[in-house]
Write a protein that binds this ligand. Structure first.
Ligand code: FES
Length: 203
């Protein structure tokens, strides 16, 4: 059990929280090739990620960010901003929250969803770069699909609930109210529940 004052986080995470890397200074983003925003201040957290791109090699040469997020969001995005430098846009687009958590030396399960904010904003910045440079065909939209018609619950809502701790169908229902009317969405929901548990937690 943790003693009073003891941190539940790894040394690497603490280092990135106390000394975050690549913080964007000021408001001017003109010098950057792609800008991505994610989150909503009214919900308590918002993230901006900006990137510079080597257009010959399609690689990220710089990545900076700023956030109104929690310690886990700050540490995750700090380490992510280091991880993406030198990577191709396509490679960076596919970095998962699990890879970021591993690089941080672990992240408590209930905090994984905080790390998603940074990589969503990174994907938005990459899509913004493609759009600005006439490469709309490469833009990968994260379209949500409605799974529960009765309660208007999407696959993204189900993924968020898993990231916030839902591990069983019952817990998912508690989080989202998915499947609480006609129940016809149950099979598809259970498949997605297992898929997201596997992707994010290797379960
Ligand atoms: S479709 Fe989900 S409860 Fe009806």
């Amino acid at each position: 059990m943790l003693q009073a004052g003891e941190w539940a986080y790894s040394k690497t995470l603490k280092e990135h929280f106390m000394n975050p890397k690549n913080i964007l200074q000021g408001e001017d983003t003109d010098a950057f090739d792609g800008v991505g925003m994610e989150g909503n201040l009214q919900c308590g957290d918002q993230m901006m990620v900006v990137i510079k791109v080597d257009k010959e090699k399609d690689t990220i040469t710089d990545c900076q960010w700023k956030t109104y997020g929690c310690a886990s969001a700050i540490a995750s995005t700090s380490v992510l901003s280091e991880m993406v430098k030198g990577r191709t846009l396509d490679d960076a687009f596919h970095i998962s929250p699990k890879e970021v958590a591993l690089e941080l030396g672990g992240l408590p399960d209930h905090k994984i969803h905080c790390s998603v904010l940074g990589d969503k904003a990174l994907r938005a910045a990459i899509n913004n770069y493609y759009t600005r440079n006439g490469q709309e065909d490469k833009v990968k939209q994260e379209q949500a699909k409605v799974i529960c018609q009765c309660m208007n619950i999407t696959d993204h809502d189900i993924e968020d609930a898993v990231l916030e701790g839902a591990r069983t169908y019952f817990e998912l229902q508690e989080h989202t109210k998915c499947g609480t009317v006609c129940g016809q969405c149950k099979d598809e929901t259970e498949v997605l529940l297992e898929k997201y548990k596997h992707i994010h937690f290797g379960a």
